[in-house]
Ligand binder design. Structure first.
Ligand code: SIN
Length: 502
């Protein structure tokens, strides 16, 4: 039985009153280094998903402000790209230091606007800051190539140059890390960047911009524009001066944005939806597999693109595994993320709760049994962690990303049957497999059609390794050296007349 901690008891103080440095709470957008309101003065109210109380407001900007940000970014570009890489690296280093120094305040902002428990918000700060650190180091390694030429009097070299003004639309589930993962490589490469954060979680993004400014990032190199998606998004995907566009979010929206980018043939990277399979074989270390499922499935209350969506358990260990998982999950504490000990916060909005309930009802209607949890009342945005046994391929939980704390357990017998079921989806972001046999784990890992595979690990998220999907889960990779390449063009220089007498 999961405890529900009274969600309203802890939030009597306003968000800025909870911060060590209240100046980190900003209610204006950052347009090329200036803090501004929308041209028309309109605002959007942001709500705490745990209490549904208003937190504050941000400007409701549109196409006019976005166009201005693009034009200023374009004029700031030349001078930023002319700086030695060391200068760009040093600014990023200072940004990293400031994010770490203000980690506690940033974590509080994330928890209040997004809902995840404070401990998870702190983890997101180190994860997100990790991208800034990593790309501050990569800034100095954008090496080119010298290629043996095809003619005697010719020399050929390839230089890496920044792609130009870049733009990003980022999601609410990781309001810091999804921004640093895109902005840090852009800035390191020499690209100015314009970000439109989710209108549900704009305050973390604005604090990040404030810290970037305090770190010495020149005006015009980063803008954070708040507002509804259409106006700003239309400019970021359609303006010819924007040369690179990056998006993390749903596959449905990603397809629309990709179409919008095609008119000006922008470089694009997309990190879209998933439907992660999590395979547990009969020789798996059961405790490791249980902690892997908890790490993957219940992180951020199941609101991640890489979280286990279909848990496939081999027949001979199915019942034992289900009981062990239920025992561990029953210890989780649901409540306001500010409350000590809470491990599952609220979902982001009531539509998310409705989807979770719809998936549970559909599964139960088709014969699944609820081992733990079940549908929630919908009176607030909290959902109990739920375990469903007897899940089958025709259920919604098998076909759609639930994006909530529901763990459906599917039964399988043969290894190839499990692989075929795992791959039977248009998505291909993350997959997981647990087995103590190295060659079995490799057999499965090599056949799974997913961009990231966790073998005996429920986590695939780090700045040091490429992150991204296959099939309809996206294009491009973030993190690692791959993440830097997304913001660089390879320019080939052909030098002729090299055989003339000296
Ligand atoms: C996502 O859910 O989009 C990202 C998750 C991660 O970076 O681990």
């Amino acid at each position: 039985m999961n405890t529900l901690v009274n969600p309203t008891s802890v939030n009597a103080r306003s968000l800025p009153e909870r911060l060590r440095d209240p100046s980190l709470f900003v209610e204006q957008a950052c347009l090329a280094g200036n803090w501004v309101d929308a041209d028309n003065g309109e605002k959007i109210t942001v709500y705490d998903p745990a209490t549904r109380a208003a937190i504050g407001t941000v400007p409701s900007m549109g196409a006019a402000e976005a166009t201005r940000a693009v034009e200023i970014a374009n004029s700031a570009y030349r001078s930023w790209v002319s700086e030695p890489a060391l200068v760009r690296a040093q600014v990023l280093e200072r940004w990293f230091d400031l994010v770490i120094a203000n980690a506690e305040d940033l974590a509080t902002i994330i928890t209040i606007e997004q809902g995840k428990p404070l401990a998870e918000s702190r983890t997101e700060i180190s994860y997100g800051a990790g991208f800034i650190k990593w790309f501050s180091e990569e800034a100095r390694r954008t090496y080119g190539q010298v290629i043996p030429a095809n003619e005697r009097d010719r020399r050929i070299m390839v230089v890496k140059q920044p792609v130009g003004v870049s733009a990003a639309i980022t999601p609410w589930n990781f309001p810091i890390a999804m921004i640093t993962r895109k902005c840090a490589p852009a800035i390191a490469a020499g690209c100015p960047v314009i970000v439109k954060p989710s209108e549900l979680t704009p305050f973390s993004a604005l604090t990040l911009a404030l810290l970037a400014k305090r770190a010495g990032l020149p005006d015009g190199i980063i803008s954070v524009l708040t507002g509804p998606p259409e106006g700003i998004g239309g400019v970021l995907t359609g303006h010819p001066l924007v040369r690179k566009f990056s998006f993390t979010g749903s596959t449905r929206v990603g397809k629309t944005l990709m179409r919008q980018c095609s008119d000006t043939v922008k470089r694009v990277s997309f990190e879209l939806g998933g439907n992660a399979p999590f395979l547990i074989f009969d020789d798996a270390d059961m405790d490791l597999a249980v902690s892997g499922v908890i790490a993957s499935k219940f992180r951020n209350a199941g609101q991640t693109c890489v979280c286990a969506n279909r848990i496939l358990v081999q027949d001979s260990i199915y019942d034992r595994f289900a009981d062990k998982l239920a025992q561990a999950v029953s210890q989780m504490k649901v409540g306001n993320g500010l409350e000590p000990g809470v491990t599952i916060g609220p979902l982001i909005n009531s539509a998310a709760v409705e989807k979770v309930n719809r998936h549970i009802e559909n599964a139960v209607g088709e014969g699944a049994k609820t081992l733990l949890g079940g549908v929630s009342s919908g009176a607030d945005q909290f959902c109990s962690p739920t375990i469903l046994v007897g899940a089958t391929a025709s259920m919604l939980v098998a076909r759609e990303e639930t994006f909530g704390p529901v763990a459906p357990l599917f039964r399988f017998n043969e290894i190839d049957e499990a692989i075929a079921f795992a791959n039977d989806t248009p998505f291909g972001l993350a997959a997981y497999a647990f087995s103590e046999s190295m060659h079995r784990a490799f057999y499965v890992g090599e056949r799974l059609e997913f961009g990231m595979v966790g073998l005996n690990s429920g986590s695939v998220s780090t700045e040091v390794a490429p992150f991204g999907g296959m099939k309809e889960s996206g294009i491009g990779r973030e993190g690692a050296s791959h993440g830097m390449d997304e913001y660089l063009e390879a320019k080939t220089m052909h030098i002729g007349g090299m055989s003339r007498p000296v």
